[in-house]
Design a protein around this ligand. Structure first.
Ligand SMILES: *Cc1c(COP(=O)(O)O)cnc(C)c1O
Length: 951
């Protein structure tokens, strides 16, 4: 049967085309090309993986694993709640490749849809928290709390320079506290944990964190405390819950400086720990310190409103070693979904959901008190803390509840926690009461009618309105909502439109079969803190994935905890740091990073408390080995690590990589490999074999997890044997590792989307994975071959080959024609293409990574487009067309511009809009003209317009 093998669906070119392409490059076989590309001394033999499954066989297999997970009603709470994903959002966003395959909206003109969705998310967060400014998501609640701590530390001002203490109320989630411990220590922040009512704050503190409602579920008055903090110049961060905030006074209204938390319960399934979007809101005064991305409103070249990422220079990882955060990939797709949940339900809908939750909680509280239980929480939203009377055994509660397929939270002192969520219904109420009645030998009252939903009247009742903007008040019917989602979707370029050749980002196929299990409740409906025996399918999957990824990377073990590549870098460096400390080398704190490294590398180094020493590259773009040696020797007493990307960010397999590893090891350091370019290694070589000690993988690049418009990501780290004992542990659930404190809130990070990578590996097998790498390299060399005589290719390896990506030289034409790499990027939009990576790692260039999934047909289309644009540049250069009024400088051309009654350009409309024949068949109309970044940064607006302006 043709094409039964998944590899034939994953890889773009057909076998006969591969031959043609190889011949064009002047080689006869793939082996010949690879031999010219990858140094022979680092080549590995065959990987030991299970044989490739067909899509059908995998579907059956993953169904079987799903059946091993038990979906109980879970009332554990602790930051994770069951929720109802509206089907219109599930089908049109989560299951829709137009949304999940798009990239981070750096190219604003072809990203207006997801920018609008994220602006809605920011507006929703700002409204509910009562803050001025919100970002477009962080990784999870624990890391968001850490970002708040670090931001307040950096913003503490000169008067507070000596203040190093951060107070954390003991009533925050245990996982939040654990992440804070990890993140504070290397930065010299002294964490003080205690009761906020008892702490005496003075000049030695710069900030505090309290939780509202707190870990027990109690809503407390922090107003006075906040005032007291402010009196001594201490800033206040508040971890909170968006659902509770629909009923409770907004922290912004009582003076909070930062409000953060998880938006998971706004329609994002728990997914056994993630992914879900953390939110982060603050005051305008911190706009330049805020971590993560902010979407803002600006105007385009025609003066129309347009959206784009605001203050991009503020994005921390761009600041490299001066960074104050390393956030790059965040949780865009999940933020989009949470924002849509708010859009669909609107303020009155969410309030009703919240009131319903509270009504059930108070009904249960009363019922349990009648049975003789004590309920310890006086003012609460959704969570009860049940104190058991002497004659009730906690074991009985546990036994009866598991028997009836329910999970509660169990406190150390024997109390039982119950957190109600959106899904709890009349039947569930009866089951819960049944358990407690049985355990207390009490005749269970039969609850026949759902308790009447009453508006919350407790303390701290919210009196301010929220989400009055039109967008939150217009789309109530499914028809309207589906059309709104579609309208946004049509404004964006995703992998459904054309290849997205972003170098270093690996925009490959995210196969439908890999994605299907995300929608299954057996995977997405599990709370991360349930007993492991309810998640046996998950554990089989995670264990197997850890084994496979260890084999692929040549390492001893993996930690699945980090939720992005940069989070992996941080985790890896912290593991290295711990290793040195355990050996008594506490002082080792220098990390060498080549100048060509991705900005997250130095930013992660700084976050791990290391001193970044930048080393130069030579004129061929390779690491200058002699300079590196010099630096390594100079710092040999304090050398902690070197971070190296392989193949280099310049797209070249450096032949001296082994020597680089040796130099670092000889001088007492550990080698950290940035695995973002793993798509050029899998099956041909691996970090462990090359000599690295740690490596992170971007599962959202190499291993088929989609980019989701800027997240989710999964950045597991692989480590050599001597570092396994340092891998991150978890304070609530034993995840099998005993090293550093947690780097994420969930024990295995974003477990749900790890099923995608699992499917990718299982369906490709060792041969398929290797072939994917080979074709990725071939595709890049094919594009290099066809652009070398126009733009030219910047760096090549020892034998004239590029790796899996190439840098297109654009600086020459810029000098002669005034056309910039940015003009080329915008002109590509007129042809229906997303630009390659702009000005990274070399300013004034474009970096192209086609991946193995692109067919020869698509590569040819892209090459033809690039070279047609080159001819357009030549016309400018030759003076045939005007230097300012030309198709490049005016790109992109919107439908409004093209169809306007007035046309006073020196070139015809057809040349602007339909320069190549296939565009007549399928034209992507760019919704806005070239976006004015500076205007929006001068007039920062990061929330939707109030309702009036739409009328
Ligand atoms: C993408 C990338 C990273 C950062 O990964 P995130 O998941 O975005 O945090 C780091 N290094 C390189 C070379 C990358 O391409």
């Amino acid at each position: 049967m043709p094409y039964e093998k998944f590899v034939d669906r994953h890889i773009g070119p057909r076998d006969h085309e591969l031959k043609l392409m190889l011949n064009e490059l002047g080689v006869n076989t793939m082996d010949e090309l690879i031999a010219q590309t990858v140094p022979s001394d680092i080549r590995i033999g065959e990987m030991k993986l299970t044989p490739a499954m067909t899509e059908r066989a995998y579907f059956k297999h993953i169904k079987e694993l799903a059946a091993k997970n038990k979906v109980f009603n879970t009332y554990i709470g602790m930051g994770y709640y069951d929720t109802i994903t509206p089907s219109v959002i599930l089908r049109n966003v989560l299951e829709n490749p137009a949304w999940y395959t798009s990239y981070t909206p750096y190219q604003a003109e072809i990203s207006q849809g997801r920018l609008e969705a994220l602006l809605n998310f920011q507006t929703m967060v700002a409204e509910l928290t009562g803050m001025e400014l919100a970002n477009a998501s962080l990784l999870d609640e624990g890391t968001a709390a850490a970002e708040a701590m670090i931001m307040l530390n950096n913003a503490k001002g000169r008067k507070k320079k000596q203040a190093v203490k951060f107070f954390v109320d003991e009533q925050v989630w245990p996982q939040t506290l654990d992440v804070l411990i990890t993140r504070s220590e290397p930065l010299g922040i002294e964490l003080v944990v205690g009761d906020f009512c008892e702490v005496t704050l003075d000049d030695t503190y710069f900030g505090v964190l309290v939780q509202y409602p707190n870990s027990d579920g109690v809503v407390l008055d922090y107003k006075e405390f906040t005032d007291k903090c402010h009196d001594v110049g201490v800033r206040v961060a508040v971890a909170s819950d968006l659902m509770a905030l629909t009923l409770l006074e907004a922290p912004g209204d009582w003076g909070a400086d930062v409000v953060l938390g998880s938006s998971q319960r706004f329609g994002i399934p728990m997914g056994y720990g993630g992914p879900a979007a953390a939110f982060f809101a603050t005051k305008e005064e911190f706009k330049r310190n805020m971590p993560g991305r902010i979407i803002g409103i600006t105007k385009d070249a025609q003066g129309n409103q347009a959206l784009r990422m605001a203050l991009q220079t503020r994005e921390q990882h761009i600041k490299r070693e001066r960074a104050t955060s390393n956030i790059c990939t965040a949780q865009a797709l999940l933020a989009t979904m949470a924002g849509m949940y708010a859009t669909y339900h609107g303020p009155e809908g969410i309030k009703l959901i919240a009131n319903r939750i509270h009504t059930i909680a108070s009904f249960l509280s009363n019922s349990l008190i009648e049975m003789g239980y004590c309920q310890a929480n006086k003012t609460y939203f959704d969570t009860l803390r049940i104190v058991l009377p002497a004659h009730v055994k906690r074991e009985d509660i546990e036994w009866f509840s598991v028997d009836l397929e329910m999970n509660f939270r169990y406190f150390d002192n024997g109390d039982v926690g119950i957190s109600i969520d959106e899904t709890t219904n009349l039947e569930d109420i009866n089951w819960i009461l049944e358990v407690f009645a049985k355990a207390a030998n009490f005749q269970k009252p039969e609850v026949k009618d759902f308790p009447e939903i009453k508006a919350y009247t407790g303390q701290f009742k919210r009196t301010t309105e929220f989400m009055k903007q039109e967008v939150f008040n217009r789309y109530r019917s499914e028809t309207e909502m589906a059309r709104y989602i579609k309208r946004m979707e049509r404004k964006d370029i995703s992998l459904l439109n054309s290849m997205i050749s972003l170098g270093s980002c690996t925009m490959k196929l995210n196969a439908a079969t890999e994605m299907l299990p995300l929608s299954w409740i057996e995977f997405n409906g599990l709370h991360p803190f349930i007993p492991k025996n309810q998640a046996l399918g998950y554990h089989e999957m995670i264990e197997e994935l850890r084994r496979d990824l260890s084999e692929i990377t040549g390492f001893a073990d993996m930690s699945m905890q980090p939720n992005s590549g940069a989070a992996g870098e941080y985790a890896g460096l912290m593991v290295i740091r711990e290793y040195h400390i355990r050996r008594g080398d506490k002082h080792r704190n220098i990390v060498l990073i080549p100048s060509s490294a991705h900005g997250t590398n130095p930013a992660s180094g700084v976050m791990a408390g290391m001193k970044v020493v930048v080393t130069p590259c030579d004129e061929n773009g390779n690491v200058d080995v002699e300079a590196l040696r010099e630096k390594a020797i100079e710092h040999k007493d304090d050398l902690a690590a070197c971070m190296i990307t392989y193949p280099s960010t310049h797209g070249v397999f450096e032949v001296e990589i082994r020597e680089i590893c040796n130099i670092i090891h000889q001088n007492g350091g550990q080698v950290y490999m940035d695995g973002a370019n793993m798509n050029a290694q899998v099956g041909l070589t691996n970090p462990g074999f090359i000599g690295a000690d740690v490596c992170h993988l971007n599962l959202h690049k190499t291993f088929a997890i989609p980019h989701g418009g800027g997240g989710p990501g999964v950045g597991p780290i692989g480590v050599a044997k001597h570092l396994v004992e340092c891998l991150p542990s978890h304070p609530v659930i034993n995840n099998g590792h005993v090293g550093i404190h947690a780097v994420s809130s969930a024990p295995w990070g974003s477990a749900l989307v790890q099923t995608i990578t699992y499917g990718y590996i299982k369906m490709l097998g060792a041969d398929g994975l290797k072939k994917a790498t080979e074709v990725a390299i071939l595709n890049a060399n094919y594009i290099a071959h066809h652009t070398k005589d126009t733009y030219g290719v910047l760096y090549k390896g020892a034998q004239g080959r590029v790796g899996h990506e190439l840098i297109l030289e654009c600086r020459g034409v810029k000098a002669t024609s005034g056309i910039t790499e940015s003009d080329i990027a915008k002109r590509l939009m007129d042809y229906g293409f997303h630009a390659p990576t702009l000005s990274f790692p070399v300013h004034g260039t474009l970096m192209i990574e086609p991946t193995e999934s692109e067919s020869k047909y698509e590569l040819d289309r892209f090459i033809k487009t690039l070279n047609t644009i080159y001819a357009e540049i030549k016309e400018v250069e030759n003076g045939e067309v005007d230097k300012e009024d030309n198709v490049l400088k005016n790109a992109p051309h919107t439908d409004l511009v093209i169809s306007a009654d007035e046309w006073n350009h020196s070139y015809p409309r057809s040349k602007a809009a339909f320069p190549l024949p296939w565009l007549k068949e399928s034209k992507f109309w760019v919704p806005v003209g070239r976006v004015d970044d500076a205007y929006g940064d001068r007039n920062l607006v990061c929330t939707c317009d109030p309702i009036e302006s739409y009328m």
